[in-house]
Design a protein around this ligand. Structure first.
Ligand SMILES: [Zn+2]
Length: 469
């Protein structure tokens, strides 16, 4: 057993609760499956999360190098490697490898792709992380000093590299953007962070050189580290101003066919509206985060704590909340003195107050911008930032303080000196939403499963294409 095997054979690596990006990837794979197949080989199937969800009428086999992982799978399984698939030529109509080939070292990559092609009669489906900044996921071994990617990723992919993956032997039929909506733009401060000893850590990371699980990371509470994050966020805010629709995805997948197909991709129509990514509609669930903020988020976000509720009217305290509620907010903007913030809120006869604070991302000093009693319906409160504010890694820090029966509907942010970005938002419906840009071959699609209605910034597939060429 090589040291690399130790990483993939860890017990806790498989059979866990799927992460949201995995749920999205599985939905998109099921959506992309062609009608004219009877058998599927899932190479690197792991615990069978995708394999076990494939339609029952298909003859399905899951292949993985880890017998430990296969113990979780319910489908027919086989232990084996993508570099030497233990089946004869043309054994399956469709062969898929999801989040596998990015792990392969240079010497194995081409051979593995040839193996996928060899075993498939009609189709190959490949999923990979999209435009991953590999250096941002690097750890440093505490034992030997080796710097390695925590998930053992060896390379990054984009739309172009996926289109050209199989050269002339297979043609891409459809390329789909999938996974999370949270792909952050590249962090320009990574080389400085690494130079100063700041690295990532993960309890399941194992050094490929010495096998140690110990990592050194540097102190992320240090003022220097936080200043680097503030600079990084400033760069992202400027990019957003110049290219407002930089909304992006963490995964990309492609369906390849041996022969030309007559497949017509699905489409959906979405109602559009123009708005600024600096504004917040507190009734839009897509703009709220329940766990944590997103690095490089393309629009303003607010945290919805358990004591608050969201409705068509915006946010307010939950009926059973006993104390005032605190709503943290992050705005992707370079905040300057004189920037204007407008808040639309309403109250009722009973008592209730609304407060707004701002926080400097480096010094963490808070400042109360206003605190008012709200009695009337639809009040607009306007306030100007008294001084420049540094952001933290997620954006400019604001916070709302709600007591009583106050509800907050909207917030707008108007920079005093810089231009205000505007972008197109799409109204998504509950269910599986597919967005298409008109393409010839291959078709390019964007899949997003949402549980409720709401607006989301339109992805800019044109921009992504320009970026990759
Ligand atoms: Zn080591």
């Amino acid at each position: 057993m090589t040291r690399t095997d130790d990483y993939y054979k860890q017990k806790g690596l498989f059979g866990r609760q799927p992460e949201p990006y995995q749920v999205q990837v599985r939905t998109d794979i099921l959506d992309l499956l062609p009608d004219d197949i009877e058998s599927v080989l899932d190479v690197g199937c792991g615990d069978g999360y995708i394999t076990d969800a494939l339609p029952e009428h298909l003859q399905v086999v899951g292949l993985d190098i880890s017998a430990e992982a296969l113990r979780h799978a319910k489908c027919q399984t086989r232990v084996g490697s993508i570099t030497e698939i233990p089946f004869t030529d043309g054994s399956f109509d469709l062969v898929m490898a999801n989040d596998i080939i990015e792990h392969l070292p240079d010497g194995e990559h081409a051979g593995a792709l040839a193996e996928l092609t060899r075993v498939a009669t009609k189709y190959v489906l490949v999923t990979v992380p999209h435009r991953e900044q590999l250096e941002a996921q690097q750890a440093r071994c505490a034992e030997c000093g080796c710097v390695y990617h925590l998930n053992r990723h060896q390379r990054a992919y984009d739309e172009k590299s996926l289109r050209d993956l199989f050269g002339g032997s297979l043609r891409p039929v459809e390329i789909r953007y999938s996974g999370d909506l949270t792909l952050s733009p590249p962090d320009p401060t990574i080389p400085i962070k690494h130079g100063q000893g700041f690295f990532r850590t993960w309890e399941k990371g194992i050094c490929p050189d010495c096998g140690s699980g110990e990592q050194v990371a540097g102190n992320s509470d240090s003022l220097f580290f936080q200043a680097l994050n503030a600079i990084c966020c400033t760069v992202w805010s400027r990019t957003l101003r110049d290219q407002p629709r930089r909304n992006n995805r963490t995964e990309i997948m492609a369906l390849y066919a041996r022969k030309p197909t007559t497949r017509t991709p699905k489409t959906q129509q979405h109602e559009e509206k123009i708005g600024s990514p600096l504004d917040i509609d507190f009734s839009n669930k897509f703009q709220s985060v329940s766990l944590g903020f997103t690095l490089g988020s393309p629009w303003a976000q607010f945290h919805l704590p358990a004591e608050a509720v969201i409705s068509a009217e915006g946010i307010g305290r939950a009926p059973d909340a006993t104390k005032a509620v605190w709503i943290p907010i992050r705005i992707p903007v370079e905040a300057e003195a004189g920037d204007t913030i407008r808040i639309h809120a309403s109250g009722s006869k009973g008592s209730g107050t609304l407060g707004l604070t701002c926080t400097d991302g480096i010094s963490h000093i808070d400042r109360i911008l206003f605190k008012k009693r709200i009695r009337s319906t639809d009040r607009c409160i306007e306030v100007r930032l008294p001084e420049r504010l540094w952001s933290d890694q997620y954006g400019t820090i604001l916070g709302l303080h709600l007591s009583g029966k106050v509800r907050v509907h909207r917030m707008s942010y108007e920079p005093a000196v810089r231009s205000r970005p505007e972008t197109t938002f799409l109204r998504l419906r509950a269910g599986h939403n597919i967005l298409y840009a008109d393409r010839t071959e291959p078709a390019v699609s964007w899949g997003l499963t949402v549980e409720s209605e709401g607006y989301y910034p339109q992805p800019d597939l044109e921009l992504q294409r320009v970026d990759v060429e």
